[in-house]
Design a binder for this molecule. Structure first.
Ligand code: AMP
Length: 214
């Protein structure tokens, strides 16, 4: 099964994609994670992408298309994959269609997770994670049980994404509405899009997605 998760930053698509990755053994392809790894490793791609990411702008289409075209052919995608954060523009969606056709693959569902902008800013600006195991936390909504200590691995080191500040989030949302939201119409017309209310409890959102894909 091949899935696309569509939604603004902070809508919870990464969190939900992680659950499906674990439960269904699908490969999660997050372009944001791949780009952050490239920036950390100082690769050519990372050097090109860094300034766009820090400003909350989209990285040029061709860099992302090449990244996914390469990744989608990996053996771990044979049992299916979840695209988390790709496509984000119409040219990316069209390039994906071509890539899939060339490989005789199909998308089964496009899952849109909808959340109002006001809530997205609160969610994104307050989130951080354990620097050691990656568990996610939030300043208001999900604090560690013991202050300053990760619930899962006991580490006391945490990190925040550079682009998870109010100013950059505002720009990421502008870009989402201008460049990514046209994909809602694009995929609606294929009959594969399901819109899920992402303001519900995380577990309720998970149940809805699970019943859709089961
Ligand atoms: P994310 O982790 O999905 O929020 O992505 C973080 C940043 O990576 C975005 O703000 C963009 O700068 C860049 N990025 C991730 N995916 C894409 C994409 N499909 N197209 C263009 N830029 C992307």
């Amino acid at each position: 099964m091949n899935l696309i998760f569509l939604g603004a930053p902070g809508s919870g698509k990464g969190t939900q994609a992680e659950v499906l990755e674990r439960e269904k053994g699908l490969a999660k392809l997050s372009t944001g994670d791949m780009l952050r790894a490239a920036v950390d490793a100082g690769t050519e791609l990372g050097k090109k992408a860094k300034s766009y990411m820090e400003a909350g702008d989209l990285v040029p289409d061709q860099l992302i298309i090449d990244l996914i075209a390469d990744r989608i052919s990996n053996p771990d995608c044979q049992h299916g994959f979840i695209l988390d954060g790709f496509p984000r523009t119409l040219p990316q969606a069209e390039a994906l269609d071509k890539m899939l056709e060339e490989r005789n693959l199909n998308i089964d569902h496009v899952i849109l997770i909808s959340v109002r902008d006001e809530l997205l800013v609160e969610r994104v600006a307050g989130r951080y994670s354990c620097a050691k195991c990656g568990s996610g936390y939030h300043d208001s909504f999900k604090k560690p049980k013991i202050e300053g200590i990760c619930d899962h691995c006991g580490s006391s080191e945490f990190s925040r994404r550079k682009d998870d500040n109010r100013e950059t989030v505002a720009n990421r949302l502008v870009n989402y509405h201008a460049q990514t939201s046209p994909l809602i119409e694009y995929y609606s017309s294929t009959g594969k899009l399901t819109d899920i209310d992402g303001e519900q409890d995380i577990k309720v959102v998970t149940q809805k997605i699970e019943s859709l894909v089961s």
